[in-house]
Design a protein around this ligand. Structure first.
Ligand SMILES: [Zn+2]
Length: 303
């Protein structure tokens, strides 16, 4: 007998609820989580993780096409362009130091460089790594999105063992990792992962031997990590970037110009940060700020 639409919807809603709670692992603060990383072949490297990148643009975040899909990313290209411009301007500044550059002119150029640096810094791509994990005591795999410090620890152990011909992720004789999140907030959160050097089966019988049927079941339940990250089209990235640029121009989005040392590369978004950030220095545009005038003059010089 066919299910009624009403019942179908109820099941769907309930399922979504289970998925939200069960699909993703979030590390609880100040509590160790022991887990096994499950092997796989994901992403461009075809290894156990799926590497992806995120650009945080104001309040929005955009998946980076370069880091995630080895493809063109407008935001990364813009960042490359800014880096080049910064390096050129720094060269100019170096060449002019100890020459006829007045203190004011030097300061204007430095200010212009710091504006560009803040613009470039804000386009930073935050890399993350998704992996299938089995938390100790649980029966089904979950997706864990690891920040750099945790991924780097796992990766280091994985590579070191691989060099010796051992597979730390082996479901029969691999090892667990103990992961920990300490501190809180945007700047004080720390992540650590440590390998527990005691090879054990992923799923064991009562006598401690490998339970192959259960191991196969767990592995067959791994999540498709590719499906978990939606890669935006070039047009979508361009739209998001344009929106961000408009936000900058209208003053809705502010840049950290380095007066207050704050970590713009932190993982989490904050709403309060924007209010505490200093006003950005005027960006050199066609309206010809002092810095822009100087820059134009310097361009004409011969060295
Ligand atoms: Zn990018």
């Amino acid at each position: 007998m066919a299910l009624s639409d009403d019942l179908k919807n109820k099941i769907k809603r309930a399922q979504a609820g289970f998925d939200r709670k069960g699909k993703y692992l979030t590390l609880e603060a100040n509590k160790s989580t022991v887990l096994r990383v499950l092997d796989g072949a994901w992403g461009t490297d075809q290894l156990f993780y799926y590497q992806f990148g995120i650009h945080y643009l104001g309040d929005e975040s955009v998946v980076c096409r370069r880091v995630t899909a080895d493809s063109t990313c407008l935001i990364c290209e813009e960042s490359d362009r800014l880096k080049e411009e910064i390096s050129e301007k720094k060269q100019v500044l170096d060449q002019l130091k100890n020459s006829d550059l007045s203190r004011e002119e030097g300061r204007a150029l430095e200010e212009e460089i710091s504006v560009l640096e803040a613009q470039e810094d804000a386009l930073y791509v935050s890399k993350k790594w998704k992996m299938n994990v089995l938390v100790k005591g649980e029966q089904h795999p979950r997706i864990y999105t690891a920040p750099w410090s945790i991924f780097n620890s796992i990766w280091g152990v994985y590579v070191k063992n691989a060099e010796d011909g051992d597979d730390i992720l082996d479901p029969v004789c691999g090892c667990s990792f103990e992961c920990k999140r300490t501190g809180s907030g945007r700047y004080d959160t720390k992540y650590e992962a440590e390998v527990l050097i005691k090879p054990k089966p992923l799923m064991a019988n009562e006598d401690g031997s490998a339970n192959h049927a259960e191991i196969d079941r767990v592995l067959s339940e791994r999540w498709d990590l590719t499906e978990d990250v939606e890669i935006p089209s070039s047009e979508e990235v361009a739209d998001a970037y344009e929106k961000y640029q408009n936000g900058l121009a209208s003053g809705k989005i502010k840049l950290d110009l380095g007066d207050e040392k704050q970590d713009t590369k932190a993982e989490s978004k904050t709403d309060t940060l924007q209010e505490t950030r200093p006003e950005p220095a005027p960006v050199a545009t066609g309206t010809q700020s002092a810095a822009a005038r100087l820059s134009a003059r310097l361009k004409d010089r011969k060295f």
